[in-house]
Write a protein that binds this ligand. Structure first.
Ligand code: SF4
Length: 370
């Protein structure tokens, strides 16, 4: 049970480990209590102040009176036949965002959202079709991880029995929104995810995915956060990219590739190039050769993502033979290229399918503008 009793209480999840100190002092406690409370919340998974047994009774009472631990509320949980889980979370103002939990052998990846909606309007993406509603705050981004950890803990026995991993191992910022259009809040959220006093997730296990916001890529590089970078390229030239990703008119491929080459990659890491394959649009062998030339000199690996068809979509998935030929051409040019069939497509949890509405509704309704 989350602690939420009065609306005017201070939500402790809004603060990072240092930010908690003045709050705790303001409640009349010694500053060192902040570190204890932080440990209880993030390391011990305490779900009530009563569980914080090394904190005096008086201080626990003061916390109960004035503070709360209030993550996003789970509005809907839906499980795919491939065991991918999609969560619809409600934020305090009633806004809704989605996260997707993807089990894969010993990995458990959580894909989180950075905005409610998205302004970039990529033509193959359902999130973009609804436009942008607002940016998420740092604690609304990390709150998706916090809440998912509690959901997992609540069903631990069933997960273990089903042979599913029991702990989130990787975070990808690939859900709703363009993270680099909300860079300040996203960078703060990343710091909190990596903080040993908070979520303690290694930068090696966090990936930020962008549609190619050139100044944002530079800012991310300068931030020293050192997370993995994925970029949604999806086209071998500006002509095709202009048609499917309007942001390309602002940051064309030449500028984008230059920014990627300047991104300070840690040793042995590579940029992930995402390429959603659309039948008859960008899936020919000539496109693969052109893509190979475009990426020359970039330390990267390429994920070829089979487009997920959905109600009202103007695009179709590519033929299997085209995908294999595309991959082979890239291999012949010495690239590492994987074919990725998106997970959770049957529950609209796959890449480009998140809309921030009930999955049951989304499965039966065409997106706006279609
Ligand atoms: S693909 Fe990403 S950047 Fe493009 S509209 Fe969808 S959420 Fe926005």
């Amino acid at each position: 049970m989350d602690i939420k009793e009065k609306d005017n209480k201070i939500n402790l999840l809004e603060y990072d480990a240092d930010g908690l100190k003045p709050i705790i002092e303001g409640l009349g406690m010694k500053p060192y209590r902040a570190a204890q409370i932080c440990r209880w919340i993030y390391s011990e998974g305490a779900d009530s102040f009563a569980a914080m047994t090394d904190i005096s009774k008086a201080d626990r009472e003061a916390l109960r009176e004035s503070a709360e631990i209030c993550p996003p509320e789970l509005s809907e949980r839906i499980v795919s036949h491939d065991k991918t889980e999609k969560y619809l979370f409600s934020l305090q103002d009633g806004e809704r965002v989605e996260s997707v939990l993807i089990p894969d052998e010993d990995r458990l990846t959580l894909c989180i959202s950075s905005q409610a909606g998205c302004a970039l309007g990529c033509r193959f993406c359902l999130t973009g079709a609804g436009g942008i509603r607002r940016n998420l705050l740092p604690h609304e981004i990390t709150g998706q991880v916090f809440k998912t950890e509690r959901i997992i803990a609540g069903g631990l026995a069933e997960r273990t029995e089903a042979g599913l991993p029991a702990k989130i191992t990787n975070i990808v910022m690939m859900g709703m929104g363009e993270p680099l259009m909300n860079a300040g809040n996203v960078f703060e959220a990343l710091k909190r995810l990596m903080s040993p006093k908070m979520f303690n997730i290694s930068s090696r296990r966090i990936t930020l995915s962008t549609a190619g916001i050139v100044p944002g890529i530079k800012a991310l590089g300068d931030s020293g956060l050192n997370v993995n970078l994925a970029v949604s390229i999806n086209a071998p030239n500006d002509e095709i990219r202009d048609r499917i990703m309007p942001i390309n008119k602002k940051y064309p491929l030449k500028e984008l590739i230059k920014a990627l080459k300047n991104y300070p990659l840690a040793p042995r890491r590579r940029i992930t190039v995402e390429y959603v394959m659309l039948n008859g649009i960008n899936d020919r062998v000539e496109h693969a050769a052109e893509l190979g030339r475009l990426l020359r000199g970039l330390r990267c690996k390429i994920n070829l993502i089979i487009f997920n068809e959905h109600v009202g979509s103007e695009f179709r998935k590519p033929e299997a033979a085209s995908v294999l030929a595309f991959q082979e051409r890239l291999h012949n040019m010495n690239y590492t290229a994987f074919i990725r069939e998106s997970r959770g497509a049957d529950i609209l949890a796959a890449c480009g399918q998140l809309r921030g509405i009930s999955a049951r509704k989304a499965l039966t309704e065409a997106p706006p503008g279609v």
